[in-house]
Design a protein. Sequence first.
Length: 237
Amino acid sequence: MQGSDRKPSLTIISPFAIRYSLLAVLVFCSQAAAQQRPAAFVDAATMVPGLIVDMRYAGTDNFVGRPIDGYAAPRCLLTHVAAAALAAVAADIKSRGLVLKVFDCYRPARAGADFLRWLHDPDDQKMKAEFYPDVDKRALVRDGYIIPRSAHSRGSAVDVTLVKADGHELDMGTPFDFFSLKSWPGNPAVGATAYANRDMLAGVMAEQGFRPYNREWWYFSLRREPFPQTYFDFVVK
């Protein structure tokens, strides 16, 4: 900002204005906390046969190392159309002796704000060795691994992998949320088996209308999502 020769003026805020502002903040916070799950959202486990739900942000096994704001229960919530598409994927892979496992589904917008608070704490590096050993924490947004306004909050995106009937995940080359070039779907450095498994996952998801993300083999969003401009913030419970 350029300087000015004008003397600064003193603005007096009345006690009434202060009380009104505080009341507005309290009303907004109470409305956000009371936001209910829209009717268009369903528990995907009730629609997707054999779905294994491993909601990482509801627990401690994630890159932050603690439950994330907005996850009060380990439930996979999705829009009905996204859950139906995922059910079609499950039906397709059943003949191959495979089922789906989800790591994240609908994500409250407040979770993105929680991620940003974590990013601005340089001393919190307890999960670095497991999730981002070769990446500077401060670069996770710049490099596209953490997106403050995620499509997950629109309810039609899912983090998913393929699992054998015996419960073992297929080899995908890296774990979920491993922030590295190795997690890019098109990276052949992970080996032929993992590369083929990634290709299979992407193929079955694409057949049911999901599109991939070029930095995460596990991430897919519905092409024709019902709420393309809406970021929801109701709590997962």
